[in-house]
Design a protein around this ligand. Structure first.
Ligand SMILES: Cc1cc2nc3c(=O)[nH]c(=O)nc-3n(C[C@H](O)[C@H](O)[C@H](O)COP(=O)(O)O)c2cc1C
Ligand code: SF4
Length: 431
């Protein structure tokens, strides 16, 4: 049985976990003190050796990303933390910043020092005002303690850290749209190449990493890359936060080594709510193909989830029991994608709109089998033909649900309406 490894979440239950005093009592900012005595390139090497892969969804090796920065450039280098967290089901970064903002601040300082940057930004989703205040407070406390600003802890290293709030658009989590938004433009993805490592924020070499990726850096520097690499699986090393939501007895954040299974996590979380059974789930948020109870023992690491036909994504495990209408769930997600599509490219702008219309008809029992072919045809035209990964992600719930639950789609128009009694499902209460 894999056990939990509370590291980032270790002292969330303490009343002052979000303060500098509370964080330092738990050993906070010791990693920074160690880092400032190291050669910056040695820190990049340690992050490479740890095997840390980006926790924002795609799983790109973090140290390798840092290594892509050109050795010299006329423009300043930037570190940008992606704290936009807006994917349906994804809910790890916001509680992390709420309960333990200093681990992110410490991670920013160490990471910026490692990549030789003197300017860092945390781009945070604008709706989460309570989290923004916590972050701003933590940054102010870090300045007061001499962890930020000029000549940090007498090391000669300078760093300015700005907390920037977005205006609540899912597309601004896409890294290049985020950069446009941060520069004050409308958030739409940029053409790549050039990649941000070469020409990112204000045209300067830029590293963009997820909150959890950067927050993992102090533990790697403090405990050593071998300690981190000893957790997890051969190619998906370390620990991560698994967010259980939906029809589960004890929803919440479960921090565990990569490779843990949903069966093990559900055991710790009290199982699917009493009297019900698992119907389907997302391994990594709404942009990852659905799994069913057949996938309970798939190790939740990048390779195993991929081999089983989905993606680890952000480890947002949304649990749906047998009272849930899969067509309705997919309609809800598709409405989200249609609303959040930035409109820059035709396949996503038009395709997500047609998804919504077609699924609405199907869910109301007014569709036909031909509509399923239309949905699959639309998916063929979106997947791989969209400008950014938002379009690709929108196809995941549609295609996987038709593959796994075709009969349920058919039942809708055969019965002339939804075969599920919404009164029995708590998920759609008030919908
Ligand atoms: C539509 C869309 C939304 C995204 N939202 C986020 C987000 O909120 N947070 C995040 O870290 N990455 C998000 N990403 C992924 C980022 O583009 C990028 O891969 C990530 O920030 C890199 O960090 P990492 O290497 O540490 O994982 C999103 C991607 C897309 C296409
Ligand atoms: S895929 Fe969607 S979100 Fe991405 S650029 Fe195209 S229209 Fe915009």
């Amino acid at each position: 049985m894999t056990t939990l490894t509370p590291i980032l979440t270790r002292h969330w239950d303490q009343a002052d976990s979000f303060t500098r005093a509370g964080y330092e009592r738990e050993g906070g900012y010791q990693g920074l003190r160690t880092a400032l005595t190291m050669d910056p390139d040695a820190i990049v090497q340690a992050v490479k050796d740890s095997g840390l892969r980006g926790r924002g969804g795609a799983g790109f090796p973090t140290g390798m990303k840092w290594g892509f920065l050109p050795p010299s450039s006329p423009n300043p280098r930037y570190l940008v933390v992606n704290a936009d967290e807006s994917e349906p089901g994804t809910c790890k970064d916001i509680p992390l910043m709420m309960a333990n903002p200093h681990v992110l601040v410490e991670g920013v300082i160490i990471s910026a020092f490692a990549i030789k940057s003197n300017h860092a930004f945390i781009y945070v989703r604008g709706e989460v005002l309570h989290v923004i205040r916590r972050l701003q407070q933590a940054v102010a406390e870090a300045y007061e303690a001499g962890y930020l600003g000029h000549d940090i802890l007498g090391s000669g290293y300078d760093l300015e850290l700005v907390v920037h709030t977005g205006a609540g658009a899912y597309i601004c989590g896409e890294e290049t749209a985020l950069l446009d938004s941060l520069e004050g433009f409308r958030g739409q993805p940029r053409l790549k190449p050039p990649f941000p490592a070469v020409a990112g924020l204000y045209g300067g070499p830029t590293v963009i990493n997820n909150v959890e990726s950067i927050a993992s850096v102090p533990s790697i520097v403090g405990n050593g890359p071998e300690w981190f690499a000893a957790m997890g699986t051969e190619k998906s090393q370390g620990y991560g936060i698994f967010s259980l939501s939906g029809h589960v007895a004890r929803p919440g954040q479960y921090e565990a080594p990569l490779g843990i299974t949903l069966r093990e996590l559900l055991d710790m979380a009290g199982g699917v709510r009493a009297g019900h059974r698992l119907k389907f789930w997302t391994p990594g948020g709404s942009s990852t193909p659905l799994f069913t109870d057949e996938h309970l023992d798939v190790p939740l690491d990048f390779e195993s989830v991929g081999a089983a036909g989905s993606m680890l994504g952000t480890r947002a495990l949304q649990i749906f029991d047998e009272t849930t209408c899969v067509v309705r769930a997919v309609l809800r997600w598709s409405e989200f994608y249609a609303h959040e599509s930035c409109g820059k490219c035709t396949p996503c702008r038009e395709g997500t709109y047609w998804y919504k219309q077609t699924l609405k008809r199907l869910e109301a029992g007014q569709g036909s089998e031909e509509d399923l072919e239309t949905l699959l045809d639309l998916s063929d035209n979106i997947l791989g033909r969209s400008f950014c990964a938002l379009g690709d992600g929108a196809t995941s719930p549609v295609v996987s649900s038709i593959k796994l639950f075709r009969d349920e789609y058919l039942a809708h128009f055969e019965q002339g309406g939804c075969p599920f009694d919404p009164a029995k499902s708590t998920l759609w209460a008030g919908a």
